[in-house]
Design a protein around this ligand. Structure first.
Ligand code: 5GP
Ligand code: MN
Length: 320
């Protein structure tokens, strides 16, 4: 069954001849895989397609087909008006470009975050879906696209990223069927796993520090750890390479909430939140202007690490 919103989004994309594809800052495997899969499919139907990722594609995702075509600086953006497609993101604040830059241009939004309300004229939002890549697979199946290896690779990487390689609680039969479809179309699971999971020396040394600092917060309800700018500097790590470190506090037995904080600018921390039912971290993150899903969300906090932890602790305790 195709929903009306999917039909509307499909029509808006089909009508467009020039498109600019955007996702969220601190791009992850789902946003990058989704951007590059949609790029390939739209290019095949003769459209002009640009993809913009602020700061460029992090090293671990550079194996994705088309990653080398991504624009990384605002001054590289094409001047001509285009249909703007925002993937895996439901707020302009997270796109990394001001909304007024695109005033008067059609906007299409495809996303799966619980906190998204649809920022386009055409919106396909399904907060039950495990990944934006899954929503694109539904779109491609509606269009009867013949999946090739590059598209299958991008979508498999997108879905594998957001499901922790098919392990998280967002897993469904539809996701397993999607994985089977993508493997049949030629996605190389071993190569994708190797690329997404390989670690640098700096990352593993950062992990040692993160584990050393691992501690409880929110009256024992949660576990957290963090990295400061000084840590990143001495380890030779960029903040985008700290992705995944939240999984260590998350794995502590008996906790309901896990937090990992990484300092982006002096006294500005990007917070990754994870939870076990019943605590909904998208609600916790929304208290601080962030958002996400029930089991995985994020926000930005200001202050020293102690200030940030105190804000988080108080809010998590209040949530009951
Ligand atoms: P992560 O902790 O892996 O960066 O993010 C977990 C989930 O929350 C992802 O789906 C991500 O898109 C979302 N998320 C992270 N930070 C923010 C934020 O500041 N605002 C919103 N709306 N979502 C976020
Ligand atoms: Mn996603």
């Amino acid at each position: 069954m195709i929903s009306d919103s999917l039909r509307e989004v499909a029509a808006a994309l089909q009508e467009a001849s020039r498109l600019l594809l955007l996702a969220h800052v601190s791009p992850d495997g789902d946003s990058l895989g989704s951007l590059l899969a949609l790029r390939q499919v739209l290019l095949r139907s003769g459209k002009q397609v640009s993809v913009y990722v602020p700061g460029g594609v992090p090293l671990r995702y550079q194996f994705l087909p088309g990653a080398d075509t991504v624009l990384s600086k605002p001054e590289q953006l094409p001047d001509e008006p285009a249909t703007i497609v925002v993937l895996d993101c439901g707020e302009w604040e997270r796109v990394g470009l001001p909304a007024d830059r695109f005033a008067g241009q059609p906007i299409v939004n495809i996303d799966h975050h619980r906190t998204s309300c649809g920022l386009g004229q055409a919106n396909y939002i399904d907060s039950e879906a495990a990944a934006t890549g899954l929503l694109l697979l539904r779109l491609f199946s509606h269009w009867e696209v013949a999946l090739d290896v590059p598209v299958a690779t991008c979508l498999y990487a997108a879905i594998a990223s957001d499901t922790g390689f098919f392990r998280y609680s967002n897993m469904t039969a539809e996701v397993h069927l999607a994985a089977a479809t993508l493997l049949t179309a030629g996605a190389d699971q071993v190569q994708i796993y190797e690329n997404l999971e390989k670690k640098s020396f700096s990352y593993l040394k950062a992990l040692a520090l993160v584990l050393e600092r691992l501690d409880a917060f929110a009256d024992g309800k949660g576990a957290y750890s963090y990295l400061t700018l000084a840590d990143l500097d001495s380890l030779g790590l960029t903040n985008s390479e700290s992705e995944g470190l939240v999984n260590y506090p998350r794995s502590v037995a008996g906790i309901q909430v896990a937090a990992f904080l990484v300092e982006m600018e002096p006294e500005v921390y990007k917070v990754s939140l994870r939870s076990r039912a019943p605590l909904d971290v998208s609600t916790l993150a929304a208290l601080f202007g962030g958002g996400g899903h029930a089991r995985a969300a994020g926000c930005t906090l200001h202050g020293s690490i102690d200030d940030c932890l105190q804000q988080l602790s108080e809010a998590a305790v209040r949530m009951g």
